[in-house]
Write a protein that binds this ligand. Sequence first.
Ligand code: GDP
Length: 601
Amino acid sequence: MSENGQDSKIIELPISITVRELAVVLEASPIDVIKNLMANGVMANINQEIDYDTAAIVSAEMGFEPIPEQVEEEKPEEIGEIPLWRQKLAEEDLEELAQRAPVITMLGHVDHGKTSLLDVIRHTSVASGEAGGITQHIGAYQTVHDGRAITFLDTPGHAAFTAMRARGAQGADIVILVVAADAGVMPQTKEAISHARAAQVPMIVALNKIDKDNAVPEQVKQQLAEEGLVPDDWDGDTIVVPLSATEKEGIEDILEAILLVADDMDILANPQGEVFGTVIEAKVSKRQGVMATLLVQNGTLKKGDTVLANLSYGRIKAMFDFRGQSIEEAGPSVPVSVMGLNEVPKAGDAFEVVENDKEARRIVEERELAAERKVAEEKGTLTLEQLFARVQTGEVQELRLVIKADVQGSLEPIVASLENLKSDGEQEIGVKIIHTGIGRVTENDIMLALTSGAIVIGFNIGPDNIAKRMAETEGISIRKYKIIYHLIEDIQKALRGMLEPVKKKILIGRAEVLAVFPSGKYDQVAGCRIQKGEVRRNAQIRVMRDETMVYEGDISSLKHHKEDVTEVRTGFECGIGLRDFSDFEVGDNLESFVIEEVTEF
Ligand code: GDP
């Protein structure tokens, strides 16, 4: 009960909240909140964070009953799909499984030092006794620390990583999140965090550029904590290793950290089992033909094996390690460059070893047919309605969203309102915000949506050209909104399965009026020729005169040579009568259209 004796509404408040966010929760203007704070002796501006106790006092005075927010435990196992190779591994005989080298990928904001760090680690392994100069860049390499091998994917940036995830074959066991100590958490850092979380891969933070005068490691740790990566020296679970790639400082520490995290995981494979893995990169060269770098994830790949990666296949004629040395076989976690495939496979494709070329060809033909069928079936995009259907069948337990907005100021209330929906209690299913960001919808957002089964929302902002094309080809729906209320309302409807279909007019034909005849007492019919498509008896007609529509409605009669017909096609003549219209003029265009109900926007 509030002070005024009326029933008060229970609201959940987090441990800290900005004045703006609080105003949204209280459905009040920020000015009123600020006034109330002032009355309680707290001077705060709209963007200021206030603690739970302060927010609670203000909320109570404004007629609400505040309770501490129930922090939902992160349930990463619900996000994303389990990569195919992991599913396959689960079928392996437990007894046969053996430790393999952890596979590491580096993600982070551009210029924070991913390439530098990968290079320095690569060279450290040379300095520590590996023979020969390393000149090959095959997309992955191995190093040895404390006598244990570690595999690095050295195509930095998350393009490769997400491409791999998108095909369900993502191969990294651990992500190194590279964050420059002088720049801190940036937009791509946040994206990288979302990617790693969605892929359920643990992160170690490499706090790079610690040598710089303007490095502010403690501030960056604070930012990391705000992203849910609480550093271990702050009693959190995230190992944060301060280092400098250029000064070669802290390199041992990061390798140490990798082994430490790996020890807590089951990084296993069966070297004797079925051979499969992931394509890391591939190219075609004049001299060698198709060269593909493969990461073996189970079994032992041998020279002479027939490899099949999606639609590309062939017998391995030659096989090299990352130093460019010819090798005969490669076990789990070993990256190899192979020669002999007939086509260039895509990075991220899963590969397997099959009996022989004939078997490979048979599977490829099957896959090509299946792909054609799929294209025919799936012409639509993943709409909110379809998502809801999947929720109902239990395929997904939540509506997943990737949200982009023009400015931070609009993003905050959207997120706050959507999270309110989640805690509303009425719905059995919730909203899961996979990623938020400022700026246009990018390729990366589409990737993220694709891999997480999410839809993309653009608030006051649309996709860039690449993202738009990709959304079309991958069938990802981008919904644009200008009004927060509309957005929230749609999501709410989707959660309740009440999203109303929209009626879409589909043009099926066009006819030109050649003559106008009297028919019956008052009516006139139009004598027409069909110029395009067809006119159907049960379709509707739009009468167009000089580009303007003069009438739209049902057909009352459709005749061909005085015979009633159900449809008339291109090139034929017919008489068309409309239910409530007869003022045809010679030269009018009659457009025939059907109405379809669709639930996408
Ligand atoms: P990437 O875009 O994340 O791969 O970043 P790069 O490795 O290309 O590094 C971007 C820039 O930062 C380059 O000019 C590097 O020389 C510089 N850089 C990388 N690591 C360090 C570091 O530890 N200290 C300093 N001072 N500069 C670094």
